[in-house]
Design a protein around this ligand. Structure first.
Ligand SMILES: C[S@@+](CC[C@H](N)C(=O)[O-])C[C@H]1O[C@@H](n2cnc3c(N)ncnc32)[C@H](O)[C@@H]1O
Length: 266
């Protein structure tokens, strides 16, 4: 993130790679400490680039690896606090019950209906809200405030006001998100509407398929995505609508790739 100037970002939304998730990121990190170091560096840099009073929305959850659960949520909260953030809220994302078809851990108790065979399936992830200091509401002009107004019906009809957000997960067979643990568009959609104003800049330090960038563009915000896998550039371009096809967005905005010679993974 060295390329990004101090205090130039107005919101960060991201989901880091799952720590050595058996399906998606098996053995990506040498050990848990290395994983926490990556989170720590990202938190420190995000604190630097975020403007005063602004929000970081972190989608993360504890991870089960070889039968042991790693307390990632608790550790991430501590890491973000150490980087200077205030811990503001924890929302729970509930996936639909049908998601359980993917994970069959709970079958153990059904096959062995006796004590000690209980291994629940996980339908939940956390969405943690951090803030850099306090926001100065007077710093936003009336015009920008009105242009960014959130529809109260949308908030009420979809129950955004609760700490439980029920959202569909991205289906495993989705083409653009193949082999990427993408989050649903609803997640950055809500975060961007609730925590940024039009024409501001949204950062995703683990861009993946570019879901945050796509929604930022749709909602009239700029975005910066950091991604270590070079092979995802065309995916991000396509998803965000920068692959040469006409999009619904009427503006003439541009897409720039800043390459770092080292650090890419094919
Ligand atoms: C969980 S995915 C993000 C998915 C994204 N939210 C989406 O909707 O497509 C995490 C991404 O972080 C990337 N990544 C892992 N380590 C990284 C690093 N050190 N710097 C930048 N990106 C990294 C992975 O390649 C992966 O694409």
């Amino acid at each position: 993130m060295e390329e990004i100037p101090d205090k130039s970002v107005h919101l960060a939304v991201t989901s880091p790679p799952y720590f050595n998730a058996p399906f998606d990121y098996k053995d990506l990190f040498e050990n848990y400490d290395q994983y926490l170091d990556v989170l720590g560096n990202m938190a420190k840099e995000s604190f630097r680039v975020l403007d005063e009073g602004r929000i970081f929305v972190l989608n993360i959850d504890d991870m089960l690896v070889n039968g042991d659960k790693f307390p990632i949520v608790a550790d991430a909260i501590k890491i973000f606090q150490q980087a200077g953030f205030r811990y503001r809220d924890r929302l729970i994302w509930k996936k639909p019950d049908g998601y359980l078809r993917i994970s069959r851990r709970s079958g153990v108790i059904l096959q062995n209906p006796y004590p000690m065979y209980f291994y629940p399936d996980n339908l939940l992830e956390s969405i943690i809200i951090f803030q850099k200091g306090k926001f100065d509401y007077k710093s936003i002009s009336n015009e920008v405030r009105e242009k960014s107004k959130v529809d109260t019906k949308e908030i009420q009809n979809n129950k955004w006001y609760m700490t439980l957000w029920e959202m569909n997960n991205v289906m495993p067979g989705s083409v653009l998100e193949k082999d990427i643990a993408a989050f649903p568009e609803q997640l950055p959609y809500r975060a961007i509407k609730l925590f940024s104003y039009v024409d501001e800049t949204v950062l995703d330090p683990f861009a993946g398929s570019g879901t945050t960038m796509k929604i930022a563009r749709q909602l009239g915000r700029n975005s910066i995505g950091i991604e270590i896998k070079k092979s995802l550039i065309p995916i991000i371009k396509k998803k965000a609508g920068f692959d040469g096809q006409k999009t619904l967005t009427p503006n003439d905005d541009t897409f720039e790739v800043v390459e770092r010679p080292t650090g890419w993974i094919k």
